[in-house]
Ligand binder design. Structure first.
Ligand code: HEC
Length: 214
């Protein structure tokens, strides 16, 4: 009697296992639906405005969702944000303190940087960055990047790509940070070998480390 019970239990549990594995894509009988079906929000789905809001002030009584990643978060593998403010101090002083975070590019990577430069920058700046691209005359005011004096630091070139300047638009949405730092390295290869190194201006002495003597 005991034997029959054991065999019956075995057969029953085998049946459960096999029925559960009938179709790999189907969850089978669902015991906890929230685990089987994701309740995550679909980014591009139409939103019911009586339930969702994009206004942070409304966040208490509705579900706040504005399609943006939370502030301060980084995409996996993405470089750290460029935190230099878009003002003249940022351009003239702070940007030059930011070093290129990439190792020196070689071979294929450098070629790719050149490709990006030719697609995005050469229309105005020219293939040699001498301000003679096909659009330069139409746009007006395009600068010769490599013969600038004093030479542009890496951070300053990045700054201009991040925010744009006068007739030049921002490239922050077209090129990832890594691509922009790569372009900076490519521009370096266009410079004449004997060009003076880019100067790093002294930082304004108004930071928190300054000790005020009384
Ligand atoms: C639509 C034409 C146009 C394109 C495309 C363009 N630029 Fe410019 N760029 C300009 C103009 C105009 C200026 C001069 C802005 C000024 O006088 O401040 C400039 C200035 C610059 C400067 C000098 C900034 C300074 O502080 O004086 C750098 C560096 C630069 N561009 C890099 C780039 C790079 C890198 C790209 C490609 C990602 C690019 N530009 C694409 C038009 C362009």
């Amino acid at each position: 009697m005991k034997k029959t019970a054991i065999i019956a239990t075995l057969i029953l549990s085998m049946a459960v296992v096999f029925i559960g594995c009938k179709d790999k894509r189907s969850p089978g009988s669902v015991y906890m639906p929230d685990m089987a079906y994701s309740r995550a929000y679909e980014s591009y789905a139409a939103r019911d405005s009586s339930v969702f809001t994009t206004d942070p002030n409304d966040a208490g009584h509705k579900i706040f969702f504005n399609n943006l990643p939370p502030a301060g978060t980084l995409k996996r593998g993405e470089l750290f944000p460029f935190n230099v403010p878009n003002d003249s101090n940022g351009l003239l002083n702070l940007s030059s303190l930011v070093k290129n975070p990439l190792d020196p590019l070689t071979g294929k990577d450098l070629e790719e940087a050149g490709r990006l430069f030719n697609i995005n920058c050469a229309v105005c700046h020219g293939a040699k960055a001498e301000a003679n691209g096909p659009l330069a005359a139409k746009v007006g005011g395009v600068k010769n990047i490599i013969l600038a004096s004093p030479g542009y630091s890496d951070g300053r070139i990045f700054f201009v790509m991040e925010y744009g300047q006068l007739n030049m638009g921002s490239y922050a949405s077209q090129l990832s940070r890594e691509q922009r730092w790569r372009i900076v390295q490519y521009i370096r290869t266009l410079e004449p070998k004997n060009a003076p190194a880019a100067t790093t201006p002294a930082v304004a002495k108004t930071d928190s480390a300054t000790v005020v003597k009384k």
